[in-house]
Design a protein around this ligand. Structure first.
Ligand SMILES: [Zn+2]
Length: 383
């Protein structure tokens, strides 16, 4: 018997129905906490709940702490951590009824069932029942949905977090292994001109004109490699840069030259670029058109090398539990961006489910058990 096989789990792993029931109960308990951003008491309550739940395992060390008005918990099964599992326990706003989870067919329905109290419960269940010191840790936060400033971002920038890889079950769909996610650069450019009557435009400077020129040149440069340099797989996945002018405002009426305008722009970029590349370009063009630049938010692109040894172990486990692995990419931002900024590669995966952030959010119950088994098999390979 190898050391790995001696890992003792508190629950009989062949008892599928029992494990399924326990995970559903835990996920349902988590969903009942109304952990929206404004509900500080509930954010505290859910972290207390998780602490109590994990405390049943005497091997776990727990550090619970508050940052601003948000609550976090770090749990470790060893002093030295190789793999961090990362979960967030906050949810976006919801109908009141969505905090009363129920089962329908094989779906667990409720706010956060998929994003991500369902997936989080598989990780918590794993940690609670492991009876051996394995170099894995858990980071649980309560402000992911509003940007992670007091959660993962704070933790990675202010605490001594070291790991070889992070596993974040908070993206993708239906067990696609997410190997890369785009970077994001959100900014506002403000344009100042000079007002004049619309019939004598030569006396004024049109602030909107300047913005449009800026935008057109920016778009041309950011998108230039989109079609030329990428292969068919990336094309099909839309794995290329994008630019969205999400908001533009300026001017007062049709016959007045506007003396002020601003635009809010969202650039998403692939791992071929860095945040610095994008910032420098935007800054250069803003200066060229004498615009004022205000950065709104940023995120590093996330990617993991297919040869990464932890990803290889993850794929081996995937094959045991699910068969031939499926791979995909993530277009939206996850907490992975903060790990990427620390050069910690990230593995992202999601169970089967739908409707995140909608009025009808659900996760497939059996796929939660599968996710748990995938994680269990994976951590057996970590030592
Ligand atoms: Zn999420």
């Amino acid at each position: 018997m190898s050391l790995n096989e001696q890992v003792f789990f508190d629950v009989d792993l062949s008892n599928y129905e029992f494990i399924r029931k326990e995970i559903v109960e835990l996920a349902s308990s988590l969903i009942r906490f109304k952990t929206t951003a404004s509900n500080e008491q509930e954010l505290k309550n859910i972290i207390d709940f998780v602490e109590n739940y994990l405390k049943a395992n005497k091997l776990i060390s727990i550090n619970k702490f508050k940052v601003n008005d948000k609550y976090n918990l770090i749990a470790k099964l060893s002093d030295k951590i190789k793999v961090y599992f990362v979960v967030h326990l906050d949810v976006v706003d919801a109908l009141d009824s969505q905090f009363n989870p129920y089962i329908e067919d094989n779906k667990l329905v409720g706010r956060g069932a998929l994003d991500m109290k369902g997936p989080a419960s598989t990780v918590l269940y794993l940690f609670k029942n492991l009876k051996q010191n394995i170099p894995i840790g858990l980071i649980a936060t309560t402000d992911e949905e509003i940007g992670s400033l007091s959660g993962v971002k704070y933790i990675l920038e202010n605490m001594d977090i070291k790991a070889d890889v992070a596993v974040i079950p908070d993206g993708g769909e239906d067990f696609n292994i997410i190997t890369k996610g785009k970077g994001a650069f959100h900014f506002r450019v403000k344009s100042y001109g000079k007002s004049a009557h619309g019939s004598t435009t030569w006396l004024g400077i049109n602030a909107v004109d300047k913005l449009l020129k800026f935008y057109n040149e920016l778009k041309e440069i950011i998108l230039e490699n989109n079609e030329n340099d990428i292969n068919q797989v990336d094309k099909d996945l839309h794995w290329h840069n994008t630019v969205n002018l999400g908001k533009i405002e300026g001017g007062v009426k049709v016959n007045v030259v506007p003396d002020y305008a601003y635009a809010d722009i969202d650039i998403r970029f692939t791992e071929k670029y860095t945040l610095d590349n994008i910032y420098n370009l935007v800054d250069y063009l803003a200066k060229k058109y004498s615009l004022e630049l205000e950065v709104l938010s940023t995120g590093q692109p996330v990617s993991i090398d297919l040869n990464n040894k932890y990803l290889q172990k993850f794929i081996e486990s995937y094959k045991v539990v699910l068969g031939e692995p499926k791979f995909s990419v993530e277009h939206g931002a996850t907490d992975g961006r903060f790990f990427a900024a620390k050069n910690i590669p990230v593995i992202t995966i999601y169970p089967k489910g739908q409707g995140l952030h909608s009025d009808y959010e659900w996760v497939d119950v059996d796929s939660l058990v599968i996710l748990f088994k995938l994680f269990y098999n994976f951590i057996l390979k970590i030592s």
